[in-house]
Ligand binder design. Structure first.
Ligand SMILES: NC(=O)c1ccc[n+]([C@@H]2O[C@H](COP(=O)([O-])OP(=O)(O)OC[C@H]3O[C@@H](n4cnc5c(N)ncnc54)[C@H](OP(=O)(O)O)[C@@H]3O)[C@@H](O)[C@H]2O)c1
Length: 305
């Protein structure tokens, strides 16, 4: 039985499933993205998070086409996201950049198109400092042309999201940012909610990277005994507790996995509920630690963190 997943409703009335499959991987074998997306759709996922920079749009598109051809889903059953990379921020190239993504995905439209980061650079990394307010005008054009149903942003801080909100003709529907038990982002989440913008959690499992030695040994999601007790109490895994914590805060999640059993596990988070006290316990793990600090971007004008 495919899992039953709740939806969130955007400020424009469109709905999005609260669990989507993340598809970023630093390393992947040929066919691995396609296989993960096909498993996910088989297991009940209807929301796929992709991006031009992930270099997987062709495989994601093949998986979607295969499942439509099989008759398992129709295009309108699926919610597909792609993202505009940092070297395509000039207002006039946004539409053609999305059209290139659509060609790769073999789709006529995406459900959601995001500005991936607020920073703007050339392909070889020179700061072009194009204002994201300019880029947003190109994003609005994609909606007018029917190429994107909704538009939003990613990795925008509070000041930046407020600025987009204040200047937009078409308001952003989401801000996709890192949120997990060790980066709870309470203030940014509250602001997004005030503005009727849905905060979406990337890296929702927050498995602390070994590349950050200052955080070594405090990977609560893997090791904290209380989180283990909650997992035992509910007959769930630690990962499911972390995802459920976010869902209960009204935050959609996009965990990535290439492992069929984990893909299944990550969507099965709608049949139990953490108590208020247990939510507080997980909230208490906050370290304001970014697994994705965007270190290489620090030198750019609109670096958000
Ligand atoms: N907008 C942005 O700038 C941005 C930045 C980062 C990520 N994202 C999006 O968010 C998605 C998720 O983020 P992420 O990939 O960084 O991190 P994540 O989903 O929190 O974690 C992925 C890692 O956790 C493992 N995993 C998955 N499910 C698990 C489970 N149930 N138990 C134990 N381990 C599990 C995966 O391993 P296996 O694959 O081996 O199973 C993988 O190594 C990305 O794929 C991408 O779509 C967006």
């Amino acid at each position: 039985m495919p899992a039953k997943v709740k939806n969130v409703k955007f400020n424009n009335g469109q709905e999005m499933p609260m669990v989507g499959l993340g598809t970023y991987a630093r390393k992947a074998e040929p066919g691995q993205f396609r296989q993960a997306v096909e498993w996910a759709i088989d297991l009940g996922y209807r929301h796929i998070d992709s991006a031009a920079v992930y270099k997987n749009e062709v495989e994601v598109g093949e998986a979607i086409a295969n499942k439509i051809e099989e008759g398992l889903v129709k295009r309108e059953d699926l919610f597909v996201t792609s993202k505009l990379w940092n070297d395509c921020h000039a207002r006039d190239v946004v539409v053609e950049t999305l059209m290139e993504s659509l060609r790769k995905l073999k789709l006529d439209y995406v459900d959601l198109y995001l500005i991936h980061w607020p920073i703007s650079v050339t392909a070889d990394g020179v700061d072009t400092a194009i204002s994201y307010l300019e880029t947003w005008k190109g994003m609005e054009k994609t909606v007018e042309l029917g190429l994107a149903k909704s538009i939003g942003v990613s990795n925008f801080n509070e000041k930046q999201i407020q600025e987009i909100y204040d200047n937009a003709v078409i308001k952003p529907v989401v801000n996709q940012v890192e949120i997990n038990p060790t980066l709870t982002q309470n203030s940014l989440v509250n602001l997004c909610k005030q503005l009727s913008i849905i905060p979406v959690a990337y890296t929702p499992l927050g498995l602390i990277s070994e590349a950050r030695p200052e955080f070594a040994g405090i990977d609560v999601i893997k090791t904290d005994p209380k989180l283990g007790e909650l997992a035992t109490k509910y007959g769930k895994t630690r990962a499911q507790i972390a995802l459920r914590y976010l869902i209960q805060r009204g935050i959609p999640v996009i965990p990535k996995s290439f492992t069929k059993s984990r893909i299944e596990e990550n969507i099965n988070v709608f049949d139990f509920e953490l108590t208020d006290k247990e939510m507080e316990v997980v909230d208490g793990y906050n370290l304001n630690h970014h697994c994705v600090p965007g270190k290489g971007f620090e030198k750019y004008t609109y670096y958000p963190f």
